[in-house]
Every structure is written in structure tokens, then in C-alpha cells.
Design a protein around this ligand. Sequence first.
Ligand code: PXP
Length: 249
Amino acid sequence: MASLGVNIDHIANIRQARRTVEPDPVPFALLAELGGADGITVHLREDRRHIQDRDVELLRQTVRSRLNLEMAATLEMVEIALAVGPDMVTLVPEKREEVTTEGGLDVAGQLSGLTPMVDRLQQQGIPVSLFVDAETSQLEACRSSGARWVELHTGTYAEAPWTEQPHELARITEGAAIARQMGLRVNAGHGLTYQNVEPIAAIPGMEELNIGHTIVARAVAVGLQQAVREMKALVQNPRLDPLFGQALG
Ligand code: PXP
């Protein structure tokens, strides 16, 4: 049975839209764990567009499940990961102009640069996962890098028209089998939703799915009525002696 890693970047996205303090992804990680998350995933992007360094540091102190740090394969990020000590690092490709991660990491094309980073992290006891497309050449390169895990990119499957989805599913299923034969452990993620997750979760040997956007979208949907109700109560029945604004002492 696959476990669930909840990606909370989109909580931070809402906060950064206003550069304020709410919603804070740190307590939301606890709520995700209470809901059954087996792990918490955050992507510390180089441009810090959502998750901030302080989030990662605080999450390291508060996450009681497993903390998976997604990051670009750069020296800056490796230093941060070594200082923070997440339970796993997932290396992902990153472009500043992209809205979200597009495509898997080209491990085959960057093997000589990636291998020392993988080695350095794993020497410090941090298992490394590489986010890749389910292609044999990439999986072979993942094995050559020394990484112990791969995260298979499910974005193409998620975005495919329904007529193409069985083909995409077969590709990922085969990729998972090939990776396992090579001795790699297999996670998957990106673009998974309440509608399309089940066939991916049922792939033999699938260990963990990392899912973010659809869960945060669902949380907004199921929580909105109550949030409006609470605000309406305050608007209609304002307290005449609000506590804040009064001098202390
Ligand atoms: N896995 C990786 C490597 C990702 O980059 C992302 C997006 O940050 C996810 C999983 C989660 O994707 P989604 O938000 O579409 O569920």
C-alpha cells in the first residue's frame, strides 16, 4: 500500500500572495499529519516564491512524520539540506519562469554534476530521490548516480486526455517495475487529483505519492463555508469592547 506525502507549498503560496503571516504552513503540516499524512513535502525554490527558509527550519523541528525537502540540484540548496537534515531530499529541475515543476530532471544529461551532490547528501545520512520521467535511460542514470530513490513524474499522465491516460499509466507502471528491478525504491507525484490518483496508487511497489495542489484546493472547498460563517458572525455581531487596541496594564 502506498503512503501519502502531503505537499504544503500551496499553503505558503497563499501567504506569499500578501507577504503576511497567514496561513502559516508550519501548523498546517501538523493538521495534515492529524489527517493521516505519512510525510510532509516542501519545495524550497531558489526564488523563495512560496516556502521560506524559516518554514523549512521550523518544519524540521515540528514534523513528526517525515520531512521531504524538494530542491534544485545547486550547491546552495545542498548546504541548506545538510544544515537542516530532512528525512529525504528530492532533487527536481527548476526554472524561474515556470508556474510549477515541468518535466523530470535530466539525470542522464547531468550525471557528472549530480553524482557528487547525491553522494554528499547520502554520506550525511539523507536519502536522495530523483524526480524523473519514467524513461529507462533516465532510470539507468539514476542508478548510476547512487541515489536510492526515484520519484516518477506523473504530470503527463495527469494532463493527458482520458483516451491517452491508459498509455501514460502503462508507461509509469513499466517505469516503476524497471526501477525496482534496478534496486531503486519508487515514489511518484505531480498533478495527481482525487479523480486520477487510484490507478497510480495501485501500481505494484509504489511506495509514496507526493500530492499537494488538489489537497489544498479541496481544503479550501470543504472549509470555506465555515470560514464565511465565522466572519459573518463577527461582521453582524461586532464585540463592543474588542480586546486589541487597548493599552496593556
Ligand atoms: N512531486 C514533485 C517533485 C513536485 O515538484 C510537486 C509539485 O511541487 C509535487 C510532487 C506535487 O504536485 P501537485 O501539487 O501537483 O500535487
